[in-house]
Each structure stands twice: as C-alpha cells, then as structure tokens.
Design a binder for this molecule. Structure first.
Ligand SMILES: *Cc1c(COP(=O)(O)O)cnc(C)c1O
Length: 400
C-alpha cells in the first residue's frame, strides 16, 4: 500500500446527496467487513479435530492460546467464548467487593460484566481528545473502589502504566478491556501484559476474528488457573465444582478461524494503519473534523477510525454529518453514544456527573475502516465531508 501520499481533496463542485446530488456510493459503503480467512484454509485447519470428534477446547484452542501468548509476550493466554465472558470470569477470580471504576465512554459489556458479578460500576470521565479513561477524574473517584477496569478505546492504548501506578497506590487491581487491542502497543510494549489481566474480543467487528471468542492474557499463574476452571463451570475434572463458573469455552471451529486470522494479523494491521494515515491526511483538510489523538509512541489497531465533529468550525453537528453521509451511501456508527451511564440499564443509578463524556459522546462518529476498503473510497468520504461543510447552511435547512 502506498503511504504518506499527499492527497488534496477536490473542490466540492458536487452537490451533497442530501440536497439532490448523486450519492458518492450508490451501492453503499459498508461500515465494517470482517477480514475472513479463506474458507478452505479454515476447513483444512479444522479437519483433524473435526474428524477426530473433538469439537471444543481441543488442540486448536491450545495452539491458538500458545500463539497468542507468544505474540503478546504474556505467561498465559486463556481462550474463552467471548470478551464479555472473559471480563466476567476475571472479575469473579479477583474476588472483589462493592464498586469497580470503569469509563462510561466504552462498550456496554465492560459495565455489564461488573453487574453480573453483583458489583456496582463507578463511572469515570474520558479525555476529550484521546477518548481514554481520564487519569485525574479516575483519581478523584477512587474512594472505596475495589478495582479499576479501563478500555483501550478503538484500539489505541489507554494510559496503562499510569493506571497501574494509581491502582498500586490504592492497593487495588487494574484490568483492561482490550476488546479492540490485539496488536496495539503502548510505548513499544504490546497490549496484553498490563495490569492483572487484559481481555480481548474476537467477535466479527474486531480486528482479529474468530466469529465469536475472547482471550484473557495474564502473567499471574493463579489467575490464569482460575479462568481455566471458570470457563469450564468451575469443574477441575472431578465434577466437584469449586465455584459457580460458566460455560465459556472456545470451540475448535472458532479456534481454527482465530488461528488463520492471527497468521495474517501483521499484514492486516499494516493495511489498517495505512488507511488510518490516509484518513488523517483527509481530516487535516476538513475544518472541525478531529481524529482521535493517539500518542506518537503508541500504535493503534484502528479497530475504529473515530473523529470528533466540532459544530462551530464544521458548520454541522455530528447527527447532521451522519445524516449527510448516510444520504451519500456512507454507513457510520456513533461509538460510544449513548455512553454507558446514559443507557437505560444504568441511567437509574443517577448521580453521575460526566460532562466531558456527554460532550464527547455527542460529537464522535466512527467512519468505515476495514482491510478491503480502498484508499480511493477514503478520499471520496473526505470529498463528501468537504462538500457537506461547504453546503452546511443548506444542509442544516434541509434537515430541519
Ligand atoms: C466488543 C466489545 C466487547 C464485547 O466483546 P464480545 O467478544 O462481543 O463479548 C467488550 N468491550 C468492548 C470495548 C468491545 O468493543
């Protein structure tokens, strides 16, 4: 893929589709498309287990765990059925009481895992430019909290070392919802080895995919053992269960897909990073379109390419931009809006004053990014954003 190529957005001669112009993508531009390994390769990989009648938790799962641990440089990688079940099992294994601090600007599953353990979430603010858990606000809310769970938002690492220091000061564990982070690095260190454990997702919208699945990585032998037990009902093999575990095993079929997806990960990440650089170049030319800030010493997987729309400079607010892009055939998602503390499940808790999170969630939009997306498509998305900006007054009037 060509990199660092300067692109200049064409002067917006075309009329936005919302105002009657021809849509940029008449067949539609999808938001996400999983990078599925060739099916013959998956079948070939699966065949020995399948023919042997081993359908779950077999040699392919072991291989996947070994390769994931090697890649991430952790002592253990435990495959589970999803990131959500991994989060639930890790919180259970930590034997926590009371309250767990979590950002509100994350996916609902982070908070759900807390609630499933009979614990209560304490929501904390995000940073308005990196969208990551805010350190000062976390510090302020740590009072009687028994653990911190932070998310590596959109594949960019959160301030993991600083959170480790903060947690150590309060003698509490910190874990990371690394659903987006397989392949991210923080100051040169792979995400996976931070905190007590990190939990990855392999569901179809993520970068590394298995169909459904998750991985728990940790350097703590006892914790790894507890997760291995917990994914199998808490049964060590004698049917005398030690605690109320789950069925959170990974099947051999999922492991076969995950192994093929992992083999291909470096190429996949290189492509995503080239696409993200092209989006960066495009965003530079668009007033009021601000990409997520990623520290120059960090590397994101770009699970999502997310921008903040500033209405004052762009001329339209986020929802108007989404409507304008939809008319062009461009599918977007507003991750994470509404933020978790505003969702029906949690709003009854009340009392959460999270103005930065509310402000951020109302302004973000994630743009299409996936391996098979062309650089040209990104330029066309940029062209249409520029056209919307130039026709902002008319677009606003049309949407009234
Ligand atoms: C997708 C996602 C999850 C849930 O992952 P599953 O594998 O679907 O359970 C959890 N946290 C975040 C931040 C996610 O994006």
């Amino acid at each position: 893929m060509s990199e660092g190529v300067d692109v200049t957005l064409r002067t917006p001669s075309h009329t936005p589709a919302l105002l009657g112009g021809h849509p940029a993508f008449s067949d539609g531009l999808r938001f996400v498309r999983p990078a599925t390994p060739p099916v013959e390769d998956v079948v070939a990989r699966l065949r020995p287990s399948y023919d042997d009648g081993v359908l779950t938790n077999g040699p392919l799962v072991r291989q996947f765990e070994e390769q994931a641990a090697m890649r991430l440089g952790t002592a253990h990688a435990v495959a589970v059925s999803s990131c959500t079940s991994g989060l639930m099992l890790v919180l259970q294994a930590l034997e926590l009481k009371g309250r767990v601090l979590v950002p509100s600007f994350t996916f609902s599953a982070s908070a759900h895992a807390i609630v499933w353990n009979g614990l209560s979430p304490v929501f904390a603010e995000c940073d308005p430019t990196s969208f990551q858990l805010d350190l000062d606000d976390t510090n302020r809310r740590l009072g009687d909290v028994s653990a911190i769970m932070a998310t590596h938002v959109f594949g960019a690492p959160c301030p993991a070392e600083q959170l480790e220091v903060l947690a150590a000061k309060h003698h509490i564990p910190v874990i990371f919802d690394a659903a987006h982070g397989f392949g991210s690095t923080r100051n040169g260190r792979p995400v996976g080895g931070f905190g007590s454990a990190e939990i990855f997702s392999l569901s179809p919208t993520k970068v590394l995919v298995a169909g459904e699945g998750g991985i728990v990585t940790t350097n703590d032998d006892a914790l790894a053992q507890a997760i291995r037990l917990g994914r199998d009902y808490g049964n060590p093999g004698d049917y005398n269960t030690r605690f109320a575990g789950l069925n959170a095993r990974m099947s051999e079929i999922h492991a076969a897909i995950a192994l093929m997806s992992l083999e291909d990960l470096d190429d996949h990440l290189a492509t995503r990073r080239a696409l993200a650089r092209r989006y960066d170049t495009v965003a530079d030319q668009l007033p009021g379109v601000n990409p997520q800030a990623v520290a120059p010493t960090d590397r994101s997987t770009y699970k999502d390419y997310t921008v903040r729309i500033d209405e004052e400079t762009f001329g339209l607010d986020r929802d108007q931009v989404v409507a304008g892009l939809r008319a062009e055939g461009i599918e977007t998602r507003c991750y994470f809006s509404p933020p978790v503390h505003r969702q029906q499940t949690y709003s009854h808790l009340g009392g959460d004053h999270l103005p930065v999170t509310d402000h951020t969630a109302a302004r973000v939009v994630s743009l299409p990014i996936y391996r098979s997306l062309s650089l040209d498509s990104i330029e066309r998305v940029g062209d249409r954003l520029l056209a919307l900006h130039h026709h902002a007054d008319e677009v606003r009037a049309a949407l009234q």
